[in-house]
Write a protein that binds this ligand. Sequence first.
Ligand SMILES: NC(=O)C1=CN([C@@H]2O[C@H](COP(=O)(O)OP(=O)(O)OC[C@H]3O[C@@H](n4cnc5c(N)ncnc54)[C@H](O)[C@@H]3O)[C@@H](O)[C@H]2O)C=CC1
Ligand SMILES: O=C(O)/C=C\C(=O)CC(=O)O
Length: 352
Amino acid sequence: MKAFVYNGQPGRVVFGAGALAQLGHEIEALGARRALVLSTPEQRASAERVADLLGPRAAGVFDRAVMHVPIETAREARDVARQLGADCAVAIGGGSTTGLGKAIALDSGLPILAIPTTYAGSEMTPIYGITEAGLKKTGKDAKVLPRTVIYDPELTLTLPVGLSVTSGINAIAHAAEGLYAVDGNPIMDLMAEEGIAALGRALPAIRADAGDIEARGQALYGAWLCGVVLGNVGMALHHKLCHTLGGSFNLPHAETHTIVLPHALAYNAAAAPQAMARVVRALGGTSAAQAVFDLAQANGAPVALRDIGLQAADVDKACEIALQNQYPNPRSLERGAIRQLLQDAFEGKRPD
Ligand SMILES: NC(=O)C1=CN([C@@H]2O[C@H](COP(=O)(O)OP(=O)(O)OC[C@H]3O[C@@H](n4cnc5c(N)ncnc54)[C@H](O)[C@@H]3O)[C@@H](O)[C@H]2O)C=CC1
Ligand SMILES: O=C(O)/C=C\C(=O)CC(=O)O
């Protein structure tokens, strides 16, 4: 076995249908007295429910979280937290809302209690992202890792099936790239394979019945494990491509991950055979790239970048940006092959 370094990250997880009822106890355990509740505008009602559960420990609700954390929104939320004398941020929502909590924590050190309602996995990572003047910058800081996470599958019953599938494949992407990370380790490999398998079982069941609470629980469990992998080891070509496409062409996050992942896996297949074998063990089939493509297509997810807003003329530019500031990757980045990868993803071709 090769030598490795494993960094356990602190964080308490409360998991289960109805777990939101534990919120009061968990806030007390954090020692918080004035929590600022965060959400997107669409999830305002959920944020108000959380504030009601917090009772006198709720300082207020800030419901303006949006994707990729614009610096202006981060500043506004920080000001509100300061004015209200908040001593904790409670983020209920997907990666965008957790990301806003992280932007506040980065500045103030306020602890975050996260209540994830998608499968993006941000609640398990010390990674933050903030967008300024159209440029998204990401970084790592232990301060932004949520102290407590409440996973309640009941809160995901309203997540539309389409977003459930693409968000689940966003989580699978973290685990798949963790399997060939330069700083990977056997503990993360276990979590990655188990996380992919749980999502591989759950997503078709959710497509069949969005109200299947057992499948919702499996998906959230898988997302948790995949999020841990993202938070512990470095990501590679796939995440670089998605950050390029999301940041520079404003493509939707989870859909972009869903479309690009099969092609990134095909690109890396020969250079990372053990990682591919684990993905195949988790999802079935004979090829990791095809298994992910088929999971997406069979469950109604988009498979072509042209269908989510990328223009043919953008493919060359995306290729140029993706080749700059490269992330470590098992196969070196070859311009012609990356250009072809993007073309295949643009057209929605099933990988060979
Ligand atoms: N820092 C990190 O470790 C990570 C950060 N991210 C970031 O997170 C963002 C994407 O997060 P996502 O979770 O994909 O989307 P999101 O948080 O933007 O949510 C998408 C939409 O779905 C709604 N929604 C969420 N949960 C719902 C539910 N249960 N029922 C009904 N509607 C619901 C939201 O209100 C929003 O309108 C990106 O900015 C991405 O970069 C994603 C993964 C990891
Ligand atoms: O942009 C961020 O907030 C940081 C990481 C991610 O978005 C991870 C991902 O690409 O899913």
